[in-house]
Design a protein around this ligand. Structure first.
Ligand SMILES: *Cc1c(COP(=O)(O)O)cnc(C)c1O
Length: 509
């Protein structure tokens, strides 16, 4: 009996779906610019911003949305973000409008990139541990500095005095939040200052008052747990109170990123797949992965051990819906919804979504080079890309690629097939995914496979390096006057696609 194909079909929203349906356009692009090729949809980031803003509006909150740049190196995305004029002026926007989108720069290079793309310093947050040069440029221009540690605060104050820089807006990044009960564990972080040592930090902030101005407090927790984040957010509200008692007047609570993305169209496929994977690890069905890899699960004499080390690829609540859920949580000790506490205190809410803000903003195309049988008769498809070009495995994201045939008359019949996707490095480990991928039919050399939704960390976070394989070029694609257009990423400026033409130009029609 042939088991039915275990598809993991990617979630495709209309803009990305429409682009992936332009078969000839995509083949022309790869013919001209090579494989792999990264596609970016800058207008989608504007839609994603609008969705986050709708959650702010729902909770009557104000504050800035900062794109965490490290999710993607694209210039087109940053320039499109820079062109963002703030929330629309629809009548229902009322008084809770908010402000133009900002950017979270985690390195000197990202800060330079943001400034060069047209983001003004009040829209930029400098985060992460910093070099002196990074601190200097942030301070020189007037970007807000997330203080990663006490030492960083001292260094910054020193720089400001020594170089007669203007007073720098700062927000300490806090960590080590303690839950009131034993039910929520907050994991330790190597970033930020422990809330337990807050008094010292506030003393230092008071001492350095001539050089820095405390404008808010921040955290970023790399977790999907809403309860853990509710503990952190409530702790920040209490810290804000402490600050005000000391005569410091921060206004903003920055709750970082980590809102997540739903990668898969169908929750049932995810359930089915992970169940089947478990069965395969236990030897109750044929392997679903290269050499029986278990993604963290293992079989110890018939007992399942370990934990699935995968991104939860189907997430019912992700991105702006996750923010909504967090804001609707009751504060663990104060007992009222977190959004209400923010509103009553008139605190601004800042968020720093990376992955979630570039959801549906890109795809990675690769050409099929060869289709053959492997040592055990399995189907092998070799692609003109390597495992770093769509770092699905490194980030534990499972999704099927979309087949974009070269010719209208396919070489193989429509017959579902399981294939292994090999990369172009001469490494045994260079598998695009260790998973047996099910496709609706066998691809042929010259066809393209499109990995959807790769803009967040998957397309260029790991790319580049070995054996002089070229790094994928990036192309910004946008719809205008009913047709798709493209620019090399570095040639894209948001002149034609924003402003007056947005309505008909964004593919929403
Ligand atoms: C990486 C990072 C983010 C973005 O995280 P996502 O999971 O991509 O939303 C936000 N803030 C800081 C400080 C980060 O390091």
């Amino acid at each position: 009996m042939r088991p039915s194909p275990l598809y993991l079909e990617p979630r495709l929203e209309p803009r990305l779906r429409s682009l992936l349906e332009t078969t000839d356009f995509l083949h022309t692009l790869v013919d001209a610019l090579g494989s792999p090729l990264n596609l970016l949809l800058p207008d989608q980031i504007a839609d994603n911003l609008a969705r986050f803003r709708a959650v702010y509006r729902k909770h009557h909150l104000t504050g800035r949305i900062y794109y965490a740049h490290k999710a993607n190196r694209s210039s087109a995305l940053v320039r499109r973000l820079a062109a963002d004029a703030g929330p629309d002026t629809a009548p229902d926007a009322g008084t809770v409008a908010g402000t133009a989108a900002g950017l979270d720069a985690a390195s000197l290079g990202e800060l330079q990139h943001a400034l060069g793309a047209g983001l003004t310093p009040e829209r930029i947050m400098a985060t992460g541990p910093k070099s002196r040069e990074f601190l200097w440029l942030a301070a020189r221009t007037g970007a807000t500095v997330h203080l990663d540690s006490r030492t960083e605060l001292d260094d910054l104050a020193d720089l400001v005095r020594k170089h007669a820089l203007p007073r720098v807006p700062v927000m300490p990044r806090l960590s080590g939040f303690r839950s009131p009960g034993v039910t929520v564990l907050t994991r330790p972080s190597r970033f930020g200052s422990p809330v337990g040592e807050l008094d010292d930090l506030l003393d230092a902030l008071e001492r350095h008052r001539d050089a820095v101005e405390l404008t808010g407090v921040a955290y970023h927790l790399d977790t999907t747990g809403v309860a853990e984040k509710a503990v952190a957010l409530e702790a920040c509200i209490r810290v804000m109170d402490d600050c005000h008692r000391r005569g410091l007047h921060p206004r903003t609570i920055d709750i970082g990123g980590g809102f997540g993305v739903n990668y898969l169209a169908d929750a049932a496929q995810w359930e089915r797949y992970t169940t089947a994977l478990t069965e395969a690890v236990l030897g109750r069905r044929p392997a679903l992965t290269w050499q029986g890899h278990g993604y963290g699960l293992r079989n110890e004499s018939g007992t399942l051990r370990g934990a699935l080390g995968l991104y939860p690829a189907h997430r019912a609540i992700a991105a702006e819906a996750y923010l909504d859920e967090l804001l609707s949580q009751r504060a663990p000790t104060l007992g009222r919804p977190l959004a209400t506490l923010l509103l009553e205190n008139m605190y601004d809410l800042a968020v720093e979504p990376g992955r979630a803000l570039v959801d549906q903003c890109g795809a990675t195309l690769a050409r099929v080079l060869e289709v053959r049988r492997g040592p055990a008769g399995e189907r092998m498809v070799r692609l003109e890309m390597n495992a770093r070009d769509a770092a699905l495995e490194d980030h534990g994201v499972l999704m099927d690629p979309v087949l974009i045939p070269r010719s209208a008359a396919p070489a193989a019949p429509d017959q579902p097939v399981g294939v292994h996707l090999l990369g172009n490095l001469c490494l045994e480990a260079d598998l695009i995914t260790r998973r047996l991928v099910h496709l609706p039919r066998l691809p042929a050399p010259g066809d393209l496979l499109a990995f959807a939704n790769t803009a967040g960390y998957l397309m260029d976070f790991n790319a580049g390096g070995p054996i002089l394989q070229p790094v994928a070029r990036k192309v910004a694609a946008y719809r205008q006057d009913g047709a798709w257009h493209w620019r090399l990423d570095e040639q894209y400026w948001p002149l034609d696609t924003t402003g007056a033409t947005t309505q008909q130009g964004d593919g929403r029609e």
